[in-house]
Design a protein around this ligand. Sequence first.
Ligand code: MN
Length: 192
Amino acid sequence: MANKSQLMIQPHTFRERRYAMKKHKASRLHYDLRLEWNGVLLSWAIPKGPDRDPRREREAIEMEDHRSEYLLFEGPHRTGPIMLWDLGTWEPHPDSEDVESSLRQGSLRFILRAEKLEGGWTLAKTTKHERGHPIWRLIKDDDAFAIHSVDDLLEQRPNSVNNERTMDDIVQQWNGCRKDSKQQALPFHIGS
Ligand code: MN
């Protein structure tokens, strides 16, 4: 179980950057991939969440960059509660050494070291769009961290890396907060 000190993630090498995967209970539950890069968070929404079986590509909808300060955010949001589902670091794969050019060319290979997701992954841009947002595919590389059966990670480890909080915990804490203070609750921040 993660404790609070582990959540203050520090990249170990020059190439490493911070990574997070959020679980977002909006009108439709989805996951949000965040890769820190040049002071912002590159962002993709993943409707079905990640899958570690390389044969099962997942749609990843490119979203606008988010501010770095939001990386560790967990709490209520006007669009629905947000959970910090996974946290760690990422670094570009040698094939994607030039990250800017890889993004422009629509193929970013990267390596994750995190609580739940590890190993090589590829984001590959398609020609399709959803409401003006380019659609990419998130694909697990076939490496030691790949699995070749049903990936039940999302069901087996559904909770926050912040002390295994559930989505209900996150909502209830907010409601408790409102009841106690009779003021608008502040979002719950971790680590920063
Ligand atoms: Mn979202």
